[in-house]
Structures are given as C-alpha cells and as structure tokens.
Ligand binder design. Sequence first.
Ligand code: AHR
Length: 631
Amino acid sequence: LTLTVDTLHAGHGVSPTLYGVFFEEINYAGVGGLYAELIRNRAFMESPTTPAWWTVVQDRGGSATASLDAANPLNDTLTRSLRLEAHSVDAEQRIGISNGGYFGIPVVPGRHYQVSFFAKADNGFTGPLSVSLEDATGRRVFASARVRGLTTQWKHFTATLKVPPGGSQSTDNRLVIGIDRKHGMPTQVAPGTSVWLQVVSLFPPTYKDQPNGLRPDMVHQLKELRPKFLRFPGGNYIQGLYDPDDPWGTRFDWKKSIGPISERPGHYNASWFYWSDDGLGLYEYLRLAEDLDATPVIGVFDGFSIDRSKTAGGREIVPEPDLGPYVQDALDLIEYVIGPVNSAWGARRAADGHPAPFTTPLIEIGNEDGARGGAPTYDAYRYPKFYDAIKKAYPQVTTIATTGVTSRPIEIIDEHIYTSPTSLEGQANRYDTYDRNGPKVFVGEYAARHGDSEDISTGPLGYSLGEAAFMTGLERNSDIVIMGSYAPLFSFVGQTQWGFNMIGFDQLASYGGTSYYVQKMFARNVGDKILPVSSEGTGLFCSSSIKTATGDVYTKIVNTSNVTQSIDLVFAGSKATKARVQVLSDPDPAASNTLDNPTRVTPCDLALRGAGGRFRYEVPANSLSVVTIQR
Ligand code: AHR
C-alpha cells in the first residue's frame, strides 16, 4: 500500500483559526472546576428557603441555629444573608457553619488559601470569629485563623490559611466559620447573639495569582492545546430553561456576571441542573481568552429557551416585540469587550481591571436554533434583528449563525455533530462537496459518543480515533471549515451530566482523555497550506499540510482498524531521509485514560529512516500518527 503526499503542489491555505476550544458550564466545568472558588453557594442565593450546602456545627455541647435572613441583605443584589444564632457557646465549645465545597474541599500540604467574607454581629459581639480548614469530621485541622472587629455593620474580612508542608493531600474537607471557645478563649457570648455572613469565599493559589482566578492545572491543560479561539459560555447554558414565572430567567445574563463577586447574584444553570455563582463571568472568560492568546467567540442569548415541560423537542421563543432588550444586551456586550473607556460599558470593563479593549470577538447568535423547531422564528426575526444591529454598530465583528437562514447573509454557520465513532469517520469527506461560495463553517461542537453515557467522563481511544478521522476532513477542507472545536471540554469525574468529554478532573487533578491528545496532536502539528494526499486502497484517513516558511510537512494518518497497516509513505518532491513520528495508539480501542491512570494512552515519539523522500511505515492498529519531515 502506498500513501503519497505531493509536497510540490500545495493547495489552499489552512485556516489559521481552525483549532480552538469550546468551554461550556456543564459537568461542573466552571464552578467546582476551572473557577478556583472552593465554597459552594458562597452567597446563599442558591435556595430561597435553606442555606444549601451549609451545615450547622455544634461542637462539645455548643448550640446554634443557622437560617437565611432576607431582613439583613448585604446589598440590593445579594438579597439575603446567613444568620448564625448562638444559643449557648460555653468555654471549650464551638458553634459555626461549615461548607464542604464541591464534593469536598481539597487541601494540599504547603498551600496557602485565601479566605474572605462579609460579617456583622449584634449584642456587642466583636469577635473573634474562628475560620478553620479541617477534615469532614473536624478532628484534623489543617489551618485556622481568627478575625476580630465585627460591628453591627457589614465589614469585609480576609485571612490566609497556611497549610503546613508534609503529609498527604486530601479532598474530604470543609471550611468552618464560627465562634470557638476551645482554647480558654475569654470571649463571653450572650445567648441569642447572632452573626451574619455573606460571600464566604475560599481560594487556593490561582493561575498567575489572578484575583477571582482559575485553577492553574486546568488552564495549563488548555494552554497545551494552543487554541486559536475560545467559544463560551455555552451551548444550552446560554439558553436556559423556560419558566412561566420567570420566562428567560435562567439564560446566561452576562450583565449579572461582571463586577465584584459581592454584586453577582448567580443563577440556576437549568440546562445542567446546578447553581452557578457566576464568579466565572464575562470578564473572567475574556481574561482567559487573552491568557490563551485565543480569539473570544461569544454566544449570546437570542430569545430561544428550552422548555422541558413540553413533549420532546420543547422550546419557547421571545416574541418579536419583546426581543429588543436582548439585542441591546448583545450590543452592550460588544461594547464591554472592545468599546473605548469613555463608553458606558467600556468604562465598566476598565473598572473591572482591563482598560485596553480585548480582542475583537466573534458573536454567535444563539445556539442550535434549528433544533426543536426554532428555525422559522430565527429566520423571520431573531437572526435578522441581531445581525442588523451588530453589523450596523460593529461592522468589524463577524457573526455566526446556528442554523440556515435566507433572510440575511450568513457569515459563518455553526454545525454540531455528536454521533458514533463510525458515523463520524464516515463523515471524513462531509465537507469535500460543500459549496465553496456558501458560508464558512464552524464545527462548534463535535465528538464521538453514544447515548446513555452520562457517567463516562472521557471516552476510549476508539472513539477518539473516529474524531481524528473526521478531523482529517476538517483540515483538508479548511478553506471552508475555518474553525472546529470538540465538546464538551471538561468533566468533573463522577459528577457529569454529559458523557464523553475531553478533559476529566476532580478536586485535585485533571487529565487529558484520548480525545485531548488527538486535539493536541492536530492543533500543534499543522502547516499553512494543504498538500494533496493519495491514499487509495489503504483504508486510512489522512491529511497533510506544509509550513511554507520552514518546509516542515505534517502528515496525519489515522488507522481506525484493529490491524497494523504496512505502507510506503512517499513524499513526492522531497529527498528527505529522516522523519519524526508522533503516535497515539493502543492494541485495545477500548483503552482510556482515567484519573487513576491518566497516561494509559499518550503519544510517543519515534524516528523513521528512509531514502529520497520514501519511508516504510508500519501504521499501528488503532492509531493516530503525525509524520513530520523537512521537505
Ligand atoms: O455540549 C453539550 C450540549 O450539546 C451543548 O450545550 C449544546 O449546544 C449541544 O446540544
């Protein structure tokens, strides 16, 4: 079998934005994941009736109750606080409230944690309040601090909890704030004394020590992919779930996601069934895009929410006369991202810490508007209203449509493809026949998966190779397919709502699944021009590109079969004698990476010797290879 790469006849350019990432708040990707905050329901806004995720601590006979208190809000946004009422706290006793974070707070020896909260008290109680990072039983205290100076007015308190080095890391831990009279503390606490708390926050060290920051290991995983764009924040996450009492209330409302965290109310992520404190808000997404050197691709709510109360396929649409404010939200968003500092929203961006405009974003109008019968209203008025308004105010901003329309031009269309690995591999030629005069294509979500697989964090190699086969088609057709991103990106192992993801994580660590390595190998080994490849009869999937400045030729070869293929690899027009090969393979297509065995399947390097641009290569069963030569 012969596979020939014609190095002398480069074809069209490779889209410089082909490989990017799509972040959605799903599978605790943000809260509990990338967003480093360790306290769950820190602002007590998750439930109007109970302090969800908080537990009263009554140690050694102390007695207290905790309740939500709407009569003592911190401000107009955080409309209730937590009231801890001490019934009795005698010498040696402790009362307080505890929070176990997202499935347990991780503690790493030697690490420093920043705790902060607002507090006030009555009955003349001025403190100290004790803050303790401890195991779930309270027997082992890793670090503690005391804060003093409470008054009857809200005050902000901070402390550093320094966990000493030594010992092992753990996750089954909690933060306790309260009144601890264990060490003969002299403080007398009058029965009935109340302490109010708000925005109780605990951060480990963050990426670049940024305030309100992100988990370094997870940002590092993204950086390694060298993404050219970052699409966010969803997916279904931007659409929310229709609720007759508050029809569009669970959409992603970016205006409520900026500014100090004490002014972010959070919202129910109805699409994926958990509360988001919106600490990971528009500003943090943009900062991440900048740190990744990736162009922001921002999905905006366009008047389409999902309605699960209907039969399968339910949706609700904002009527045409009511759409105006959402169009304005999109315009304001663009102003926040790139407007001058003397514009209203540009000034807000500057106040949030970024006077310079961010990179001009692409704006995606909605998400999957062709699904659930959304297309007619999309074509009739939703897409046109957003498109016209954006193009008029910001002609430099490129828009993305989510389904076909005839009412206005489409600049880029977003296609989502979730299917079996064989079906995905069968679509390796999908774009060969697309109209070159039509809209550019953004494959904004794709993955090989099967249904009823919500508990599978990251899929097996065989599935990732279906994606690799498909990706050879994206690359070969990147004159028209200008962007592509796998989805979903992150999943908290054991807490997923959607199976088959790129990166798995828990409280302490993250790892790349086999799909992660496929993405990384494609994104990091690509030239700027496509080279013709003929591989008839080999049953292999291939794409090849050349970096014209250096003459490096990258050839991707995917073998989705269970047998080794012996091929003659010919680089016509080259006299190369050496080739480097990076291979991701395993005899077992069911092999996966996991938290316990994160490097079970990772790429390895080998070298080939050849003559006159010809090489003999045994393409391993179940493999993706990237062969690099210098022409
Ligand atoms: O990636 C998970 C979901 O799949 C996204 O939220 C949605 O856009 C798609 O249907």
